[in-house]
Design a binder for this molecule. Structure first.
Ligand SMILES: Cc1cc2nc3c(=O)[nH]c(=O)nc-3n(C[C@H](O)[C@H](O)[C@H](O)COP(=O)(O)OP(=O)(O)OC[C@H]3O[C@@H](n4cnc5c(N)ncnc54)[C@H](O)[C@@H]3O)c2cc1C
Length: 401
């Protein structure tokens, strides 16, 4: 990998043939789009703020495996090796991303964080402000800084004064530090659900799971049929239809946990996906709840000294609170001034469409598709590369022959 980013490229020469396409972020989304561009002879430079590619995956908790299948999670141009198994471990995902960049000889510049993207003064390209005062000019820019960018810790009343231990799930690695401890996990997305199970298996003395909205729970695989396959099949069907189809399926495959405090969700499965909540894949939660090893409690309302106040009026005093409360996109500083973000801070468009007011600026990875993000960023990578070629940016950024 090349870690010597150019200090600048000329910003005032629209016909510069050596203006690369810059890809911001060296995760699965950024790497696959860089490959797709390179495969078309376009010079794509990946700017990655960490010292290595795949930074998000290096930080994930130890027991994490992809819940999408190996075959449907491969990025374009390089299958994942069979030896990784059907459900690929975190470490193998990291290995794969490293190998991906190396195998495709991607031009990655690590240790460079892009802080702001703006049009070049002549309007023909994009000027990137990056670490160390660098100013880089690209023919086009692909933003791939990740949907799960910055840990979101809700602004609960009393949070700052809370006397117990409070951490975001992004800091959780394994259950060892919590053996013999009473832990409250807040939030029941895939991360919260899996951490709760991990804590039980790792010897926490008590594990409670705070739930605001009951999630849809699906089996990762039923008789060899991965839940992801269904996601792929239904992803273009009308939301209401998928909601209706999912209801009887859920009743057949997932037991009713109402008696344990987890009723079946009121909103349909696909409607919830469209709101950004993908179903929880069961990796032991159902069993742990039925056996009373994970206790479901109400949502967190706030903190007072050592107490956690729940919305049903209960007050509890766990030793540790782990907030599996999601992430923000944190795109404001980078592109907020370009009027390309929606009310939630996500890009107005994702994939091969540039915002109307920002031609040549693309976003990838800012969706939570029912069919799996790896799969969708892989598909979008090819589409984005084709569009970049068509728009002319590809012609301004040819690889030297
Ligand atoms: C716990 C967890 C499990 C998941 N499991 C699955 C799964 O099983 N299957 C699936 O399909 N999806 C899964 N996802 C969703 C998604 O596929 C992953 O989050 C994936 O890593 C997204 O890839 P990305 O490239 O968009 O973002 P990231 O992997 O987050 O990569 C973004 C990169 O950009 C860099 N960066 C950020 N800001 C800047 C900047 N300003 N300048 C330069 N570099 C920057 C970061 O350091 C990072 O390397 C999971 C997500 C999480 C959180």
């Amino acid at each position: 990998m090349d870690d010597s980013a150019p200090d600048s490229t000329p910003a005032d020469r629209p016909d510069q043939p050596d203006r690369p396409v810059y890809v911001i972020g060296g995760g699965p989304a950024g790497l696959s789009v860089a490959y797709a561009l390179r495969a078309r002879g376009v010079r794509a430079v990946v700017l990655e703020k960490s010292e290595q590619v795949g930074a998000s995956w290096r930080r994930h908790y130890d027991r994490l495996h992809l819940h999408t299948t190996r075959r449907l999670s491969a990025l374009p141009g390089l299958p994942m090796p069979r030896r990784f198994g059907r459900w690929v471990s975190r470490d193998d995902v990291v290995r794969y991303l490293e190998k991906y960049a190396e195998f495709h000889e991607l031009e990655t510049v690590t240790g460079v964080e892009v802080s702001r993207v703006e049009r070049t003064p002549d309007g023909t390209g994009w000027l990137l402000h990056a670490t160390g005062g660098r100013e880089l000019t690209g023919a086009a820019v692909i933003v791939a800084t990740g949907y799960n960018h910055t840990p979101l810790l809700p602004d609960w009343p009393g949070r700052e004064e809370y006397k117990g231990e409070l951490l975001h799930a992004g800091e959780y690695r394994n259950p060892a530090p919590y053996a013999g401890r009473d832990v409250l996990v807040v939030g029941v997305g895939n991360t919260g659900a899996e951490i709760a199970v991990d804590l039980v298996e790792g010897g926490a003395s008590r594990v409670r799971l705070s739930v605001r909205t009951a999630p849809h729970i699906v089996r990762r695989s039923t008789a060899g049929w991965a839940a992801q396959y269904t996601g792929v099949l239904v992803r273009r069907l009308p939301v209401g239809l998928v909601d209706r189809l999912a209801r009887p399926m859920a009743k057949l495959s997932v037991p009713d946990l109402s008696a344990h405090g987890l009723p079946r969700p009121a909103t349909g499965l696909y409607s919830r996906v469209k709101e950004g909540a993908i179903p929880v894949q069961d990796v032991g939660l159902i069993d742990a709840i039925r056996k009373g090893r994970v206790e479901v409690v109400a949502a967190v309302e706030g903190f007072e000294n050592s107490e956690v106040m729940l919305t049903d009026g209960t007050r509890i005093t766990p030793d540790t609170v782990i907030a599996a409360t999601g992430y923000t996109r944190a795109l404001d500083g980078l592109v907020g001034h370009l009027d390309v973000l929606d009310g939630h801070g996500g890009p107005l468009v994702n994939g091969a469409r540039a915002p109307q007011n920002a031609p040549g600026l693309y976003f990838t990875g800012y969706v939570t598709p029912i069919s799996g993000t790896f799969r969708e960023v892989a598909i979008d990578a090819e589409k984005i590369a084709k569009t970049v070629m068509k728009d002319g940016a590809g012609r301004l950024s040819k690889l030297p022959v």
